[in-house]
Ligand binder design. Structure first.
Ligand SMILES: Nc1nc2c(ncn2[C@@H]2O[C@H](COP(=O)(O)OP(=O)(O)OP(=O)(O)O)[C@@H](O)[C@H]2O)c(=O)[nH]1
Ligand SMILES: [Mg+2]
Length: 362
């Protein structure tokens, strides 16, 4: 399949100063995960966005020349550009324009496999569309194919607000049904006294690899963002005949679109109802502490921040400098592992036993 050629664009506003570079790098990874070939990058520092095009008019011309020269199909903005700016850009550049939220929605659409996952993605897409529908109709980017237009929402894009609202309410009802059967199962689990833990963490930190290593399962792991969207639960034996339930779920990211948090509420409820959390952190990432904060922000949003938590520093095999021991205290209780090389796993199990399990195990 031919990859869509893309240019990524970011405007550094005063509020973005700290995270700007990492956000752009992440946007490039997201574009790559969605299946685009990033052939150029344009950035600009502005006090405030240009009202008509978001970027300044000089930059706009630079962008047009670059996009035309390189035969680019797609331009991806890191910023939350307004629907009218998106339309103006499309008219001027003659290219498909999408923003970070649409890119993430596209990846979710490509990776959602379960019935519930697909419903949740469709809900998020419809909610996003509502914010994009303006009096002048659908923008150019909704009409072509490819990145930003895929997924269950695609054929509904021409529908008007009322139809979208009706669809949203149907989707919510369907999701509620699924969530009821989930809570029946949850109540059963609580009554039977089985302890459950949720693996949380930044996308690509190695959550699924850890679940597989601990429970000898084979959940798909990939060097891609958002490889996992559905929740998988497995038994983890801590001792002979003593187990807890361990769940792996969707990864987090900085600026996770609010529509996605809303739509993935059912999936995230699984996290909120767990007895404790296992937070997997990628030790080899140069952005580690920023990723930790991004995870805390999402946990706060889903009201799971005060749960007992073990921090698992993963990918220690990739670390090419000595481990900063102060991290272990700062994030106590914590363990250093390599899920891929299966090191540190016994210590992790012991930490779970001693720190978090005064209660009777099943
Ligand atoms: N070297 C090394 N690579 C690892 C380790 N753990 C995971 N990986 C790799 O990191 C990548 C991401 O791993 P996953 O387990 O899919 O990560 P995840 O957190 O489940 O990611 P999402 O589901 O996409 O959010 C894969 O290529 C893994 O092989 C580790 O301990 N060492
Ligand atoms: Mg995963």
């Amino acid at each position: 399949m031919n990859k869509e050629k893309a240019i990524i664009v970011g405007v550094e506003l005063p509020k973005d100063k700290e995270n700007f570079q990492s956000s752009m790098t992440e946007l490039e990874n997201l574009a790559d995960t969605a299946g685009a070939e990033v052939v150029g990058k344009i950035t600009q520092r502005l006090e405030k966005p240009n009202l008509k095009y978001f970027i300044g008019e000089g930059k706009l011309i630079e962008l047009k020349n670059k996009a035309d020269d390189m035969g680019v199909d797609l331009i991806i903005f890191d910023n939350d550009i307004h629907a009218s700016q998106q339309r103006n850009l499309e008219e001027f550049l003659g290219k498909k324009i999408i923003n970070r939220t649409e890119l993430i929605l596209d990846i979710f659409a490509q990776h959602a496999h379960s019935h519930e996952g697909r419903l949740q993605v469709e809900l998020a897409q419809n909610q996003f569309m509502l914010t994009r529908l303006t009096g002048k109709g659908i923008t150019l980017s909704r009409l072509g194919g490819g990145i930003g237009t895929r997924g269950p929402g695609e054929t509904k894009l021409e529908q008007d607000r009322r139809k979208i609202r009706a669809r949203i309410s149907r989707l919510k009802k369907e999701l509620e049904k699924i969530s009821k059967s989930r809570s029946v199962r949850k109540n059963f689990r609580i009554k039977s006294g089985i302890i459950s833990a949720s693996i949380v963490g930044y996308t690509n930190a190695g959550k699924s690899t850890l679940l597989n290593a601990l429970t000898k399962s084979s959940v798909l792991t990939e060097n891609k963002l958002f490889a996992t969207l559905d929740t998988f639960t497995r038994k983890l034996y801590l001792e002979k005949d003593k187990f807890i339930l361990l769940s792996d779920t969707v990864g987090f990211i900085q600026n996770l679109p609010h529509q996605l948090i809303e739509a993935f509420k059912a999936t995230l409820d699984e996290v909120a109802s767990a007895d404790f959390l296992i937070h997997v952190v990628d030790l080899s990432s140069s952005d580690m502490e920023r990723q930790i904060d991004a995870v805390y922000n999402v946990l706060e949003e889903i009201e799971a921040i005060s749960k007992p938590m073990i921090t698992v520093f993963n990918k220690v095999d990739l670390l090419n400098k000595p481990l900063d021991k102060s991290l272990l205290e700062k994030y106590y209780p914590s363990v250093v592992v390599s899920a891929a090389k299966k090191t540190g796993l016994e210590e992790l199990k012991k930490t779970i036993m001693t720190c978090l399990l005064p209660r009777q195990l099943a």
